[in-house]
Design a protein around this ligand. Structure first.
Ligand code: CP
Ligand code: NVA
Length: 303
């Protein structure tokens, strides 16, 4: 079987994605029952992090341990990657020793190069352009709380960033309508928008975007690597804060999600995470279950 990678949501078919979500729900139930399931004994996951992380690191490492395998944390600060060893060489060396690799980096092109030279599955653990693992957890969370997301309306409020781009891919793969409200100059990838014009709409008003929506999602205004733009972005995004009042315009059973970390007083009001419509901590937990299902799929196919 050819090596399968997960660099964006488009690397799996809609049917494969649905099965991964169902499997994530099953793995979560197995863990809750205390069932020991160790299909990855003696398998090793490599975790390359060029950016900070709490959820991604903990969920991948814990997931691999629960599966009976182990994980190696690789930081550019103490590997030769940080001293300029070419990606092509690093990928070939590392992938000869490990079974599966996740990479969090800046340039999506570098991740694609790494995958091209890797002989084992490579997972995108966030690049400047995409964050597909987060979408697996988000969809799992929606399905657990409300059932299928097919045919529903999702509102993305704020920056047209890596998460927003992944929501556009998710709209395609999971079959929902996506309304994006962002300030001028902060739109998501234009090619992605054009390719999905039948299901994705760009708006300037958060109120209009959330109107009747079943799921409202936001993310930080300045992503990792954009720290020096923070002040300018605070000004540009004023008026794009998600609050319980904004949520009141959404559908009665609407949910709120945020991949975290969140900045209270910026993209969300002080009280948004504690609102009864917020499922952000279920969403964060589901990173564990969804990525276990993903790793199992990439290594063994469907179970
Ligand atoms: N949501 C997310 O990816 O969080 P971390 O940056 O903490 O991994
Ligand atoms: N858009 C954010 C997501 C963090 C999980 C970032 O890239 O920093």
């Amino acid at each position: 079987m050819a090596t399968r990678h997960f660099l964006t949501l488009l690397d799996l078919t809609p049917d494969e994605l649905d099965k991964v979500i169902q499997r994530a729900i099953e793995l979560k139930a197995m863990r809750a029952r205390g069932e020991v399931y160790e299909p990855m004994k003696s398998r090793v996951l490599g975790m390359i992090f060029e950016k900070s992380s709490t959820r991604t690191r903990v969920s991948f490492e814990a997931g691999m341990s629960q599966f009976g395998g182990s994980a190696i944390f690789l930081s550019p600060r103490d590997t030769q990657l940080g001293r300029g060893e070419p990606i092509e060489d690093s990928a070939r060396v590392i992938s000869r020793m490990l079974d599966i690799i996740m990479v969090r980096t800046f340039d999506h092109g570098q991740l694609e190069r790494f995958a091209e030279y890797s002989q084992v599955p490579v997972i995108n653990a966030l690049t400047d352009d995409y964050h597909p693992c987060q979408l697996l957890a988000d969809i799992q969370t929606y399905v657990e709380h409300r059932g299928s997301i097919r045919g529903k309306t999702v509102a993305w409020i704020g920056d047209g960033n890596n998460m927003c781009n992944s929501y556009i891919n998710a709209a395609r793969q999971f079959g929902f309508e996506l309304r994006i409200a962002c300030p001028e100059g902060f739109e998501p990838d234009a090619g992605l928008m054009a390719a999905n014009a039948d299901r994705v709409q760009l708006l300037r008003s958060p109120q209009e975007a959330v109107s009747g929506a079943h799921l409202v999602v936001t993310d930080v205004w300045a992503s990792m690597g954009q720290e020096e733009e923070q002040a300018a972005r605070m000004q540009a995004f004023a008026g794009f804060q998600v609050s319980p009042a904004l949520m009141n315009g959404a559908a009665e059973d609407a949910l709120f999600m945020h991949c975290l970390p969140a900045h209270r007083g910026e993209e969300i009001s002080e009280d948004m995470l504690e609102d009864s419509r917020s499922v952000v901590f279920d969403e964060a937990e589901n990173r564990l279950h969804a990525q276990k299902a993903l790793m199992e799929f990439l290594l063994f196919g469907h179970r």
